[in-house]
Design a protein around this ligand. Structure first.
Ligand code: FB9
Length: 497
């Protein structure tokens, strides 16, 4: 929308016959506008619309400092000293007469060899008959003509060094109409309306040319959250390695599949409300397959398959309690039981990436939920070597070739290993996950053949995403504090495959 200043400049230039340049300060005067207003609210806009051409003229200008102002009005201290030394006097007398200006004045007058000091008697006297207060003269000139036309650089330098003047250059502009002036300044119709056609008005109007280069407003499309972008990369890594995705679309799970089926004892600390979210409604789930539940009960209570079990009274009621799943391994147990219940085993490679919930103390890297990534391979006679092998392959594809394994403990795997990778960028070993071989006490009750072993590993989605996007506080990544703009703008960070 044109500003008033713009209109008056357009009107002035439209009315101006000669085509040549006009100087902005003249134009400002002509149309009665403050020069700065003219520049800020007319010239910039008209230049942007290519209606006018401008050339910048930088003017040198000197502004008197307060002291400079004072000297211009009252003469310089050295001139004042010279004046009072019509008759010689001592330093003290001079100080008394001129106050603290006396010392500057005396120095300058001495420097200009206007006066002399008799060191013996500490008496000052004139050395010349007359002294011209050039400094004051120059200051007076500058007060009138701030450009300081004709003043010698060296003099200006002296005044500047005595902080009597300050350089205040300013800009004006040579302005002239561009060849697009008419188009750019006539209100151009942006659309052809029925009324224009009916009234014939369109014949008079000039129409704004279509700017086919214009990009147009970027459609407000959704943008994938960084977590989902990294999740996609993990998914395609697993699919590429021939893994099938497990159905994880149930956050609520029975304690049976989340714990008991994994041979995790009912008194295990992770099974109390400090670590796990229990549901009040629906509080309990049904027993799906009683025979299988009985086998699990028996295994917990008295073992079997070479295990002595946990030797405690197993409670079906406890197993029915619904929880928010604490790991996607709960989904793995369902899938492996389904595999075992088919009766004819076939090797399987499964993966899952989805939310799990843990009632943990919240801190910069822990929320009550995170996304677990899990890989499971079920086949005959798999060993720890196979597990290490697949972990090397998996993490090597993630750009983490250097791995170390540290013995660990999980209720459902034996042996278990924490996985560490040397992260070049962070220049340190980072814990990148956990893994193990599922216990026979978990697999045998599922009906899987004795020679079938199942190796598995898990990691989070948040950690790699935070490292990839350089996010230190998980609240920046997940939850109501996420900066949506950042999500929109965030780049694709490639997990190097
Ligand atoms: O993700 C984790 N670390 C990690 C992973 C990748 C990564 O990539 C970077 C780009 C370079 C960086 C870091 N961790 C697992 C390790 C730690 O962060 C750990 O402190 C936190 N862990 C979570 C659980 O916290 C309670 C991460 C989460 C985790 C831990 C274990 C499993 C899954 C997720 C598992 C398992 C498992 C074991 C055996 C059989 C089946 C599943």
């Amino acid at each position: 929308m044109e500003s008033g200043a713009e209109d008056s400049v357009i009107a002035y230039l439209r009315g101006r016959s000669e085509e040549g340049w006009i100087e902005s300060s003249t134009l400002a005067e002509e149309i009665g506008l403050d020069h700065q207003v003219l520049v800020d609210s007319a010239l910039k806009a008209l230049t942007a619309r290519e209606a006018i051409l401008t050339e910048t003229i930088t003017h040198s200008s000197w502004k008197l400092s307060d002291e400079g102002q004072n000297y211009a009005e009252n003469g310089t201290p050295e001139a004042q000293v010279f004046d009072v030394l019509a008759s010689p006097m001592t330093l003290d007398q001079l100080k008394e007469k001129l106050g603290n200006d006396s010392s500057i004045g005396m120095q300058q007058a001495m420097k200009k060899k206007w006066i002399v000091l008799d060191k013996g008697t500490k008496t000052l006297s004139r050395k010349v008959d007359t002294a011209v207060d050039e400094v004051a003269d120059i200051l007076k000139k500058l007060a009138v003509d701030s450009a300081g036309q004709g003043l010698a650089e060296k003099d200006l330098k002296v005044l500047k060094s005595r902080k009597l003047i300050v350089h205040k250059p300013y800009k004006t502009y040579k302005i002239k109409k561009s060849d697009k002036f008419d188009d750019a300044t006539t209100k151009q119709a942006t659309e052809l309306t029925r009324e224009m056609l009916e009234s014939g008005e369109w014949k008079e109007l000039s129409f704004k040319s279509y700017n086919f280069e214009a990009l147009g407003k970027a459609p407000e499309g959704g943008s994938l959250h960084p977590l989902l972008k990294v999740r996609e990369q993990f998914r395609s890594l697993f699919l590429e390695m021939g893994f099938e995705e497990m159905p994880t679309n149930n956050y609520v799970e029975s304690s049976f599949w989340n714990f008991d089926a994994l041979f995790q004892p009912q008194q295990h600390p992770a099974r109390d409300a400090h670590d796990t979210f229990f549901l009040s409604a629906p509080e309990l789930s049904r027993v799906e397959n009683q025979e299988y539940w009985n086998r699990v009960q028996k295994t917990h209570e008295e073992g079997g398959y070479g295990s002595i079990g946990y030797r405690y009274k197993w409670s079906e009621q406890e197993a029915k309690k619904n929880v928010l799943r604490t790991h996607t391994t709960a989904v793995s147990s369902r899938m492996l039981e389904k595999l075992g219940s088919t009766g004819e085993f076939q090797p399987k490679k499964y993966f899952s990436i989805d939310r799990v919930f843990r009632n943990e103390t919240l801190d910069a890297t822990h929320l009550a939920e995170f996304h677990q990534i899990e890989g499971v391979i079920a086949d005959r006679n798999l060993s720890l070597g196979h597990l290490k092998g697949i972990l090397h392959l998996f993490f090597q594809k993630l750009g983490m070739p250097k791995l170390r394994f540290k013995p660990a403990h999980n209720p459902y795997t034996e042996p278990s290993m924490e996985i560490f990778s040397y992260h070049e960028g962070l220049n340190k070993w980072v814990e990148v996950g956990n893994s193990g071989i599922f216990r026979p006490e978990m697999l045998q009750p599922m009906g899987l053949p004795e020679d079938v072993t199942v190796i598995a590993w898990g990691l989070s989605l948040e950690r790699p995403t935070m490292i990839l996007y350089g996010i230190s506080n998980i609240r920046e990544l997940f939850g109501h504090k996420v900066d949506l703009e950042k999500v929109k703008r965030n780049p694709i960070c490639r997990l190097t495959f």
